[in-house]
Design a protein around this ligand. Structure first.
Ligand SMILES: [Zn+2]
Length: 344
């Protein structure tokens, strides 16, 4: 099969479009023909070697996969060959206390397909995954749209619903409207009846954010977002901030919170090291919540709303798999609004 593999860590030039062996079908697994694979910041971190691991063999990136079932292994039932599917991106042991409580994303052996060296992903014509990761694809979506859903909507759902317990009528600030998680979080917050304020680096991105349901947009290159949030909320601040940017925004995101507010973060696409004035936490009863991926059932919950059209995948651009290096460059330059999707 054709695949994009890395043989060593480094820049976009390390992404090699080349011939690779087909994955072998094994017990309890399913072989899927990849029709679309969306990019994530995770792909960049893995390519750079920032997620750790060694590269004894070439690695195939890609965690957001939609495709068709080609073959099923021994022991797999109820998944017909030819079925259109989305792949749930998390792998966990299935035996530990956390897994059995449904918190599979907190399993100590939790791995993201394509996101860990040794677990090949979807930058390829074929991918092999455990049968438990197969989800049937909503019929009203294209493969490109379906691939744009799993990581960012699972992450956004877990942050807002699972961790920060969003309530109707709350004011929510979503940082970086154009990021995958940002464009998903805006929609999830609206779905739950919040008023959404969002930030972006350009008016063009803010216009797109409004079309996704954001009530107010702040261009952070021209105005101070904390002052603007205070103005929009009559001095109160927001009940919740969704921040996956990192050091550039974190301390100011805390300042934008109302008394008793909570900040939920799922990552730091920029610098992860930051300074905080702790008085902004304890004097105002602020909560900081960390969040990583989400529970498998949360992805199934979110998918219901794609079937009704209440949530929509946000596809910035579709490129052939052979252009993976260009796709990485676009994301690193933050030129995208929503997901970049590769097609094998
Ligand atoms: Zn486990």
């Amino acid at each position: 099969m054709k695949a994009v593999r890395i043989h060593e860590f480094g820049g976009v030039d390390k992404l090699r479009y080349e011939e690779a062996p087909d994955p072998e079908l094994i017990l309890g697994h399913v072989l899927v023909r990849v029709r679309a694979c969306a990019m994530n910041h995770l792909d960049i971190w893995v390519r750079m070697g920032w997620r750790g691991g060694e590269l004894p063999a070439p690695h195939i990136l890609g965690s957001d996969i939609a495709g068709e079932v080609v073959a099923v292994g021994v022991g797999v039932e109820g998944i017909p060959v030819g079925a259109k599917v989305i792949i749930s991106p998390g792998l966990s042991c299935g035996r530990c206390l956390r897994c059995l409580a449904g918190d599979d994303n907190e399993c100590s052996s939790y791995v993201i397909i394509g996101g860990r060296i040794g677990y090949n992903g979807g930058y390829a014509e074929l991918v092999r995954v455990p049968a438990v990761n197969i989800i049937s694809m909503p019929e009203n979506l294209t493969f490109e749209e379906a691939a744009a859903i799993p990581l960012v909507f699972l992450t956004a759902w877990h942050m807002l619903v699972g961790r920060a317990h969003i309530q109707p009528g709350e004011d929510v600030l979503v940082q970086a409207a154009g990021s995958g998680v940002g464009s998903a979080a805006i929609q999830v917050a609206k779905l739950w009846g919040a008023r959404v304020i969002t930030t972006a680096s350009s008016d063009e991105k803010l216009e797109k954010a409004r079309r996704l349901g954001a009530d107010h947009g702040i261009n952070y290159t021209t105005v101070d977002f904390v002052e603007e949030v205070k103005k929009l909320t009559g001095g109160k601040g927001v009940e919740m901030v969704v921040d996956s940017v990192g050091a550039e925004t974190f301390a100011k995101s805390v300042e934008a919170l109302a008394h008793g507010g909570r900040l939920v973060t799922c990552g730091a696409t920029a610098n992860p090291w930051t300074k905080l004035d702790l008085r902004n936490l304890y004097l105002r009863h602020v909560s900081l919540l960390g969040s990583h991926m989400g529970r498998k059932d949360e992805l199934l919950q979110a998918l219901k709303f794609f079937r009704t059209g209440q949530l929509r995948p946000v596809v910035h651009q579709v490129l052939p798999l052979s252009e993976a290096a260009m796709a990485h460059q676009i994301m690193m330059d933050r030129k995208n609004f929503g997901k970049i999707v590769l097609k094998p």
